[in-house]
Design a protein around this ligand. Sequence first.
Ligand SMILES: [Zn+2]
Length: 313
Amino acid sequence: MHHDLVAALDIGGTKIAGALVDGDGALFARVLRPTPAQESGERVMAAVSEVLDHLAASPLWPRVDAVGIGSAGPVDARNGTVSPVNIPGWRDHPLVDGVRRSTGTLPVTLVGDGVAMTAAEHLVGAARGHRSALCLVVSTGVGGGLVLDGRLHPGPTGNAGHIGHISVALDGESCPCGARGCVERLASGTAIARHAHAGGWRPRPGQDAGAAGVAAAAREGDPVATAAYTRAARALAAAISATAALVEIEVAVIGGGVAGAGEALFAPLRTALEDFATLSFVRGLTVVPAATGTDAGLIGAAAASRTLLRQDG
Ligand SMILES: [Zn+2]
C-alpha cells in the first residue's frame, strides 16, 4: 500500500471543502459543505467532521498519511487554533484537536488560506519553478504567502506573507485590524466597489454592483471605475515592491476574484510597479495572474502539509 495521499481541508467563511490529494495536486473524493458561519462554533466543527467522515469513507483512505488544513485566518499553527474573522463562533478555536478526533494518529498541519494558495501556486501554478515568490489572494479581503529559497515560508504561526495588513497609507482609513491605511482597505474587491460608488459610479441595470462590475466599466473607459482600479493597483504595487526590497522576490502571483478583472487591474499594476519598484534588484520583478483557481486551497493545504512534515522530519 502506497501512503501517497493527504486528506486536505479548505475552510472558509462560506464553504468547507475536502479532498484526498496526491503529490501532483490531483484531487479525489471531493466534498463540499456550506459553512454555518453565523451558528455556534460547535456547529461549524460538526460540518468539518462531516467533511472528514466523507473522506474517511473513501476506498482510498488507507493511502492517507497526513491531514493538511488551510483555514481563513488568523490561524495559530503553534497552538493548532484558528480565529477566522468571518466565522465569529471560532475564536482561538482548537481546530487541530477537533480534526484529530476524526483522524486519529495521523499528523495534522495547519496554515492560513493565503499560505495554502501560495503552496498550490508553487507546486502547480504560476510560481512553479521560482526560488522566491509572493502570492496574493485579492477578493473580499487581501491575503498572501511567500516562497523563499525554493520553499514555502509559512512562518511560526502559519500566517507569513499576510500582505493585506501592511500599511501603505500612513494617514489612510482605519482598518478593522486596528491599524491604518492597510492594503486591504484600498485594494480588496469591497474597497474597489466602495471607492467607485463614492465617486458616483453606478452599475447599469443588470450589471454587477461589485468589483466585477467596476472592472467592466473600467474596460469601457469609465473614469471613476478606472480610478478605483488604479488606486487598488497602486496599493498592491507599493506592498509588492516593499516585499521585493525585503526578500528579493522574482515574481508576484495574483489570484482571487479581483484578479479576474484582468487588464483592468494588471495594466495599472504594471505602471504603478514602474513607480515603486525602482531599485536595481527589484526592477526585474514580474506580476502574473494565478493559475490554480478554486482548487488552490485544497491543493495548497496538501502541499503545505508535505512541506511542513518534511521540515519537521
Ligand atoms: Zn488592517
